[in-house]
Ligand binder design. Structure first.
Ligand SMILES: NC(=O)c1ccc[n+]([C@@H]2O[C@H](COP(=O)([O-])OP(=O)(O)OC[C@H]3O[C@@H](n4cnc5c(N)ncnc54)[C@H](OP(=O)(O)O)[C@@H]3O)[C@@H](O)[C@H]2O)c1
Length: 341
């Protein structure tokens, strides 16, 4: 069982992990403890291609300095020979006698570090402060499992499924409570994505606001499409630098966002772009804000989502229904292929 000193060291390792950047690689921290429980060295991972947290910590000690030590790491030491070599082997070679970690490595190629350490006679304990580590790494874990950022597609619609009036005006369909909910969710996202159509029609600021104030955490604004973003567009005054991709290749864009460490993507439309994300199977979560109003006309919330016949419909399951003032929020996600027909 991990003792209080090891648990405190794990808290520190989780703190150290936050110093590393978000990237395709997880943020990991490591503390090396002497047999009597003193901190010998600390380390953290600084992103793809650099030393992993364990190796970073070991590098701060002289040769033989980690003999008999305990390594406290926020993620199971990896077992793969990537650009940096397996951490499990580095720990074995350094003579570490015990390894305490929080979360098992979910990587197909990198897991198995605990087994490798055990078979070399190292005492290994996993699951220490696991819930904290899992919460901290949740965006990375989700993106890791998908192989791309996790995508939420959001739209606001009238009860009859319209996203705008016939002339293109859509501000505001929903009430202040629903809009405040959107702003809170924007502040939790890493990137907020719209198509050029929305930029040209609405000139949105794409900031996350608490009333008139900006939330301290702002998503990176992203605009997709070949039409240029006008020089005076409000999104250019966003506190984070605008990423404009003059392309319709959603997969390539998601790949690039993942490389930039943007793991939670919030797509805010309009209907053309939202439909493209749904068609491509990239909408992991759908948020629909439904206002008790009727608009009619041609501007539907979604356009073509690749459903020529009813057998091809995108079946969803509802995770939550929430009343926001006079509006309703439906949170849904796609049913797995096997359950959708
Ligand atoms: N109710 C709501 O929640 C809501 C939200 C946002 C907007 N709106 C309303 O929606 C209207 C604008 O909607 P919209 O559909 O014209 O604009 P949009 O979806 O914001 O933008 C469409 C543009 O996105 C670009 N794009 C990038 N990747 C694409 C892909 N894979 N497939 C297709 N297009 C891609 C294309 O730009 P290029 O042609 O430049 O290449 C396309 O013309 C406005 O009336 C706005 O007020 C409503």
């Amino acid at each position: 069982m991990a003792d209080v000193v090891e648990i405190a060291a794990m808290r520190r390792a989780l703190e150290l992990a936050t110093r590393g950047p978000r990237s395709r690689n997880p943020q990991v921290g490591c503390v090396l403890l002497s047999p009597s429980g003193e901190v010998l060295a600390e380390g953290w991972h600084r992103g793809a291609g650099t030393a992993h947290a364990e190796v970073d910590a070991l590098s701060k000690l002289p040769e033989g300095g980690a003999r008999g030590a305990t390594a406290v790491v926020s993620l199971e030491p990896c077992n793969h020979v990537g650009r940096t070599g397996p951490c499990a082997v580095a720990l074995i070679e350094a003579g570490v006698s015990r390894v305490v970690f929080a979360l098992a490595d979910p990587g197909e190629h990198s897991s198995g570090g605990a087994e490798r350490l055990r078979s070399a006679g190292v005492d290994v304990e996993g699951g220490v402060l696991e819930a904290e580590a899992r919460e901290f790494l949740a965006p990375w874990l989700a993106a890791r499992a998908l192989g791309r950022p996790h995508v939420t597609v959001k739209w606001a619609q009238s009860l009859d499924g319209r996203a705008a009036a016939a002339d293109g005006t859509s501000q505001w369909i929903t009430g202040p409570e629903a809009r405040a909910d959107v702003h809170r969710r924007r502040a939790e996202a890493d990137a907020i994505v719209v198509g050029t159509g929305t930029v040209l029609a609405d000139d949105p600021a794409l900031t996350a606001r608490d009333g008139d104030d900006l939330f301290p955490r702002q998503p990176v604004p992203v605009v997709l499409g070949s039409a240029p973003v006008p020089a005076g567009a409000r999104v250019r005054a966003h506190p984070r630098a605008l990423l404009a991709y003059p392309t319709r290749e959603l997969g390539a864009v998601l790949d690039d966002l993942f490389d930039r460490g943007l793991q939670r993507v919030f797509v805010e439309g309009g209907p053309t772009l939202a439909s493209a994300f749904v068609s491509a199977g990239f909408a992991d979560r759908i948020l629909t804000y439904i206002a008790p109003t009727l608009i009619g006309g041609p501007r539907t919330a979604l356009t073509d989502v690749g459903v020529p016949t009813i057998a091809d419909q995108h079946r969803l399951s509802v995770d939550a229904l929430q009343r926001l003032g006079s509006d309703l929020l439906v949170v849904a996600r796609p049913l797995p292929e096997s359950e959708s027909h």
